[in-house]
Design a protein around this ligand. Sequence first.
Ligand SMILES: [Zn+2]
Length: 294
Amino acid sequence: MRRLLSVLLSLSILWPLPAYPWWETGHQVVARIAAAHLTSAARTRLARILDVPDTPDAIAEALAKASTWADETKNETKTGSWHYIDLAIQDHKSDIPGRCKDDNCAPVRIRLFAEQLAGHPAHPANTQWSQLDALRYLVHLVGDIHQPLHTISDADLGGNCELLDPLVGKAKNLHALWDGEIIDEINASDKALADELDAAIEDMGPHREHVLSEGKEDDWVWESHELAIRDIYRRLRIPVEPVEFPASCAEAPEEIRTLKLEIPGAYVSEMKPVVREQLIKGGLRLARLLNESL
Ligand SMILES: [Zn+2]
């Protein structure tokens, strides 16, 4: 009985894994950058799906609003695992498919929803989703995989288990630092930040813009994963744990559970350009997916 109880408890309370959003700002910035780089044909189709006037401003506002719906509904739809992919530090790029059980990970869902928007018959696992839902998932999940801690696990739930001591702003753990705190320190207004990053895209010219938008979802995931190893785990000297995917931080290795991670003073400002580039890439890549699908 006790055993049964503990199994039930672990299923209901500890599962699905917590996967926190890029706080709203990151998703809205990605959506706004994408909206500014749509073809007029894609814009017209988007206006119809979102049920708003076919003007750049109306579409940017509606897409920004749509970008956080997947987080707001993920508990009731039980789709938390679509927002990330757990790749161990020891993994290779070829491990990506094997780490996506039953298609429940961000890169596979991005592909399925992009196909649905393009008018391919819905994947059997996807038939309950409308075109509006497919769009809202696509906008959100492309944002999520550009948050590097949505593409890695060091037996730590993507940095959720490393507590910061002292706190950095509102961030209590490593994941939260990357989800929102660094973005907020760049610019907490999604509209202002998107405008600023759009100006940076203008300055880099069409060739660089095109190069940044290239690739497929697995390439983007792997790029984020390598970035996480370099700029997060190695840089902050977080110990590398065995390949394990605990269901909760209580089950994480002791070394992770007891770590009191002190973030060096210069870290947040040094990571700002990295975060800016991730947001730019997310926006340009989302625009390309939408232009190709719609
Ligand atoms: Zn998410």
